[in-house]
Each structure stands twice: as structure tokens, then as C-alpha cells.
Design a binder for this molecule. Structure first.
Ligand code: SIN
Length: 295
């Protein structure tokens, strides 16, 4: 049966049905999935059974694996081991062994963000697979950054045109870090365009988020905060979102250039175990480069 595509919300997300992604995709199915991914930014595959190597093999059909700096614990504690893990994976989990989480991004709510926007070459896409999920909460919300840009009034489009924003993040925090209390050099960071041009669709997408975007270059702290808050009203608008309620065996793949995501809170005492791989990306293309302006 060929793969079929079923939109999950008006602005973002589609479910792909009819595929067992533990096996290599046919050229025809891969073409359907790739096109759906460009059209919908986020794809869902339900009811999958994937060991780490099968998940990695699926991901590799979309590009080379993305890198990530693994955190070295001061006491030598090695996170991310065990049967659900291989060395290219990232475990997102609140499960604790000896009092320490076996994964990263362990607990509770996470604000909206693009994965790795603080890197000069952010990973293009993330592939998150659910192994254990809590009885409620821990949902992942996705928001379309194409729709967010399209919905901006002309006044705000003019305000962001040509501007860059400082992106920074500490993997141990689920809130924006306070850069008045932390040395910038102690966390990964870089300046990024506030609006990007997608390398394949050539559409414009907002590239700011509540978790990782800190300061708009060239504005005073007050002006910068005001502008970011105004933008967040568009980037977090429920009308351009899809909220995914996880079941074990779901795989979500998302394009970090046209979507942001956030996680809802969930009970601390319940287990949540997800496995993530990424594919590598290129430097982000500003929306206002010479070629885009000419289009
Ligand atoms: C992530 O931001 O990659 C984690 C999302 C989640 O745990 O739902």
C-alpha cells in the first residue's frame, strides 16, 4: 500500500499512514514523505517499533546525521546509556538511575524553540520517537513559522527586516537563561537572522523563540524585549499550532527551519522516555539576502 498523507491541522503537521519505517522506504514512498515534509513541516508516523539502529537508518534516508556536543558531567556521570541508546542518539527522559536522569531535557514544560538555533549550523531536522509516555501531559506543540511570518502586520515585517537576534541556550534549563547572571561565553550562542529563507521552499519563516532568543542586535534592552514579546504573540498563536499527544511507538520528524516546538508539563513521578536523532544543517539563510529581495 502506498504512503498516504493526512493533515493534522490547518497550519502545520501531517500524519503519514501505510508505512513501516523500520524498513528502508521505496523510492516512491520516500518521495511522498519528502514532499509532505516540505508541505507540512512536521510529519507523524504512528504505531512504529524501532530499535536505535532502525531509527538511525530511517533518519539517514533524509540526510547526514547531525552532531551535538555531549555534556560532560563534573562528577564523571555518563548520561544516555542502555538498550534504548546508541552513540548517535539523544535520550530525552526524566527516568533517573541513582538519582540522575538517564537523558537530557528531563522534566516538565519547555518553552517554544528551534533545536540548536544557538549554533551557526543548526541541525536541519529532528526525529523524536516515543518509548514510554506519561498518562497525561508531556505533549509536544508545533507552530508554523511560515504562518507566523505571513500573519505579521506590515509594521512588524518592516521592524524585523535585516535584523539579527542573539540565540543562546543551556541544555540543563527549560527556560530562557538569564544573560545578566551568566557569562555569554559559558553557553553556546550565535547571532541569527530574525527571519530566514527556507533553502528548499524559498518561503520566509520567523526564526525567534521564547526559549533561545535573547536580544535583537542594535536595539536597547527595552526595545528588544518589546519587539520579541510582540513577535511571540504571532509565533505562539494557537491558530497556527498542532499539539501532539504521544502514544508509545510514535515518531515525529520536524523541520527546524519552518517550525518551533514546545513541551507541556507532565507529572514528575511518571516516566517519559524518547529517543532523538537529527540531521545536519547549513548556515541559516537570511530572508533578506540579495537573491531573496530579487524574487
Ligand atoms: C525537544 O525539544 O527536542 C524535546 C521535545 C519533547 O520532549 O517533547
Amino acid at each position: 500500500m502506498p504512503a498516504t498523507v493526512h493533515p493534522l491541522s490547518p497550519a502545520i503537521g501531517a500524519e503519514i499512514r501505510g508505512l513501516d519505517i523500520s524498513r528502508p522506504l521505496t523510492a516512491q514512498d520516500l518521495a511522498v514523505v519528502r514532499q509532505a515534509w516540505l508541505d507540512h513541516c512536521v510529519l507523524l508516523f504512528r504505531g512504529q517499533s524501532l530499535d536505535p539502529d532502525q531509527q538511525r537508518a530511517f533518519v539517514l534516508q533524509f540526510g547526514p546525521l547531525g552532531g551535538r556536543k555531549k555534556r560532560i558531567e563534573p562528577d564523571g556521570y555518563k548520561r544516555e546509556t542502555g538498550p534504548d541508546y546508541n552513540s548517535d542518539a539523544m535520550l530525552v527522559s526524566n527516568i533517573r538511575e541513582g538519582g540522575k536522569p538517564i537523558g537530557v531535557l528531563p522534566d516538565g514544560e519547555m518553552w517554544f524553540h528551534h533545536d540548536m538555533s544557538y549554533s551557526p549550523t543548526p541541525n536541519r531536522a529532528s526525529f523524536l520517537y516515543s518509548i514510554e509516555v506519561p498518562s497525561h501531559g508531556g505533549d509536544t506543540m508545533f507552530s508554523s513559522m511560515y504562518a507566523a511570518y505571513d500573519n505579521l502586520p506590515a509594521r512588524l515585517k518592516a521592524r524585523v527586516e535585516g535584523r539579527t537576534v542573539l540565540q543562546a541556550f543551556d541544555e540543563l534549563q527549560d527556560r530562557r537563561i538569564d544573560l545578566t547572571a551568566r557569562a555569554l561565553d559559558s553557553v553556546p550562542h550565535c547571532f541569527q537572522p530574525m527571519v530566514l529563507k527556507h533553502p528548499e521552499t524559498h518561503k520566509r519563516a520567523i526564526y525567534v523563540s521564547r526559549l533561545m532568543s535573547h536580544h535583537v542586535e542594535g536595539l536597547s534592552p527595552r526595545e528588544s524585549e518589546d519587539l520579541l514579546e510582540e513577535l511571540f504573540a504571532y509565533t505562539e498563536d494557537p491558530a497556527i499550532r498542532y499539539t501532539h499527544v504521544w502514544k508509545p511507538g510514535d515518531l515525529l520528524m520536524w523541520d527546524n527551519l519552518c517550525s518551533t516546538h514546545a513541551r507541556t508539563d507532565f507529572p514528575k513521578e511518571e516516566r517519559r522516555l524518547m529517543r532523538r536523532y537529527t540531521i545536519a544543517g547549513e548556515p541559516v539563510i537570511p530572508a533578506w539576502d540579495a537573491q531573496t529581495a530579487a524574487e
